[in-house]
Design a protein around this ligand. Sequence first.
Ligand code: MN
Length: 429
Amino acid sequence: MRIGRDVIEASNAKLRADHEADYAALGERLARRGVSIDAVTRQVAGFSVAVPSWGVGTGGTRFARFPGPGEPRGIFEKLDDCAAIHDLGRATPTVSLHFPWDRADPADLRAKAAELGLGFDAMNSNTFQDHPDDPRQPLSYRFGSLSHADAAVRAQAVAHNIETMELGEAIGSKALTVWIGDGSNFPGQSDLGRAFDRYLGAMKEVVAGLPDGWRVFCEHKMYEPAFYSTVMADWGTNYMTAVELGDRAFCLVDLGHHAPNVNIEQIVSRLIHARKLGGFHFNDSKYGDDDLDAGSIDPFRLFLVFNELVEAGGRLDALGPSYMIDQSHNVTDPIESLIRSADEIRRAYAQALLVDREALRGHQDANDALMASETLKAGFRSDVGPILARARLDAGGAIDPVAAYRASGYRARVAAERPAARATGGGIV
Ligand SMILES: [Mn+2]
């Protein structure tokens, strides 16, 4: 472990008595409602979310990067940071790689992950920027990739996705996430119908290259970098795509990729109904694709998304969605932000588990809007902090992971080992 056991245990020793009292008090309150706190803790402990390799760098904004001390200089140092996050929070055992940013020998990636006790989640391809150092991608994506008017560019983008899957297969990944920036800035610049047809044609070739047991997740986003039209703009386009691509294609919901105030939880419900929910990119936003820490702006929305997931019950098990964080950090230590985000995601899940579903359905069916709302909100209002702490503690993590992280001196240590901070890829995904 990159964070010493002694540091975690020393931190926990100071907090353990208070934690035990808080857990017992919450357990008593829940027991009065017929809820076993230990059962909820076990469910929360069984929920994990993947961290993005690009998230441990200081992503910055569209305009500038502000590298922090000890920023990882490549994928192996990124994995070290991901291991530190999991050492403390015990909620993030897998990492989602971005290709070609994270290009490396698969055997070395496997060995490093095994040493750190990490696994790999979905692979992310990248045809939204040019790769002048990649001899296999000499053509520019300035005017698109999988929907480009030029068949040669589309073929290059397809080949890149297939190469991404080959690396993923070699390291034990089981899914490919495809997000493209394709679109247009002027009405008339691109034929809306033909661009979508070209995208579907190219994606069919990607699907044909899926290894056995793999799924592909298509990720929609309303705008940016294209500001008039985007080929994969919304969940409707995404659903049409997943239907046309067949039973191995699913929709990925990035919480920041919708118009402001869109009812994302209803989109989630629809995609579950259609058996096309593939996964999530968790983050939060105020205005657009802000990539802020999960639950930092609108924790109620995050809770409402998890309410749909819990409500779906067994139907969700059959889908097995992939849970990933997709954030860009500019003003915080990324390790602290990712620990906090994973915790907020688990918090939303725990709160959703505490909703009295039988009572809720009764109020819904009786058209008692006020009591239905109150019953749902009772879950959101529950302070599940002791449950989250107990899930971490039982798994060898920290009661207060940020405090333990700060006590560990990890950032100062890696800053000494990694003197040359340099760009390691953007965060606009
Ligand atoms: Mn995303």
